[in-house]
Design a binder for this molecule. Sequence first.
Ligand code: DUC
Ligand code: ZN
Ligand code: ZN
Length: 466
Amino acid sequence: MTRFDTIITGGRISTASDTFQCDIGIREGRIAALGHDLGIADETIDATGKWVLPGGIDSHVHISQPSGEGVVMADDFESATRSAALGGNTMVLPFCLQESGVPLRESLKDYHAKAEGSCHTDVSFHLIISDPTEQVLGQDLPALVHEGYTSFKVFMTYEGLALSDLELLKVMAVARETRALVMVHAENYDVIRYLTDQLEQAGRTAPFFHATSRPVIAEREATYRAISLAELSEVPLMVVHVSNREAMEEIRRARQKGLRIFGETCPQYLTLTEGDLEGLNMEGAKYVCSPPPRDHESQQACWEGLQQGVFDVFSSDHCPFRYDDPQGKLTPKGRTSFRWVPNGIPGVGARLPILFSEGVVKGRIDINRFVALTATNHARTYGLYPKKGTIAVGADADIAIWDPGAKNRLTHAMLNDGADYTPYEGMELTGWPVLTMLRGQTIMRDGVLTGIRAGAHVARRISDHA
Ligand code: DUC
Ligand code: ZN
Ligand code: ZN
């Protein structure tokens, strides 16, 4: 009988489409067999009473990204992927930011150097296009797509990042030519600038007013505009971090017209509201992210979007800054106005346990939808399927074993990222990943990392949507 490196026995396996009971034989990092009585292996893992799922893929995280003068992101590749592994993930997709005046390839080389040898999970970079020069559009992007960087993020807001409609169209033209997938941060820059100025003039500078300065209208309008530009350009589009019903309706309408428009939402839009930004003193800064968390009705809308398919992917938008730190949320400038509070919150470790508990355990989504939203659809969307994102013979043995009955009160210590808080502190959660396996190697067992840093960069194919 053929020998395996590892056999996982007795677990209940779920993919995006099926649930079944069988053993998994793993050889040389891949799933080599699914069946019963698979024979002998160097190691047997008993998963009786547990769910055996594809390892989570978080296709929207920020790691070691330059964040403005005097501000430092809380995670490097080691700490971010450490938290990811603790939370049942086997892959994350961070961004390589094109910095002003720096050739895109040079930035990419820097990110690779930082990631090399540090990662507990696999990684693959998206590109953020902040300056679509002729060199970038004509030379760099086509070559980089060819080399496996098959998705770009563009921003419609933020100084130094926001692209004009003309620039968005130029990037989309390259996407059409190369079949790359465009991801868009959709908020109307001028609306936000106008409201921010007004609020500051009225002395309304506390973190709470971050939410006031970025209303639903600003997100809905930009979502509509981005979709229109994608329609004109005949390219698929991923609208990331969608926070509310009105923006969702734009995506839904586009989909009904047959356009290839896709949506992503994140834990903060299911669990937080703008009320969280109201904390005493600067406490509200812990929840400053964009788009901001909205209200309970928006949370309900986002759940419907996850159930009904408006959203294809559920990502963390992990963008961590320490709270009690002058290089983080308490940067001196941030105390003068919400305008300067570092924008983003941590979530890479919490994403899966939150969706499992609030979604699967509470009956809002089934386990197959959970797998689709947290792994399979990320793999399909970003050119990784079927190597990643499913449990099938031939796929990488990227697996998370879940104890569906484990009860935990979430603390930052359990997540162990580089920040000093979690916005989800104290949530009562049922279900927790007890083992994470990357390409056949156990990287986390019972909340403890094994120390194997076998994570590698994965070049991606063209998106299934392109
Ligand atoms: N957009 C993101 O995608 N992440 C953090 C901040 C932001 O504006
Ligand atoms: Zn964004
Ligand atoms: Zn983000």
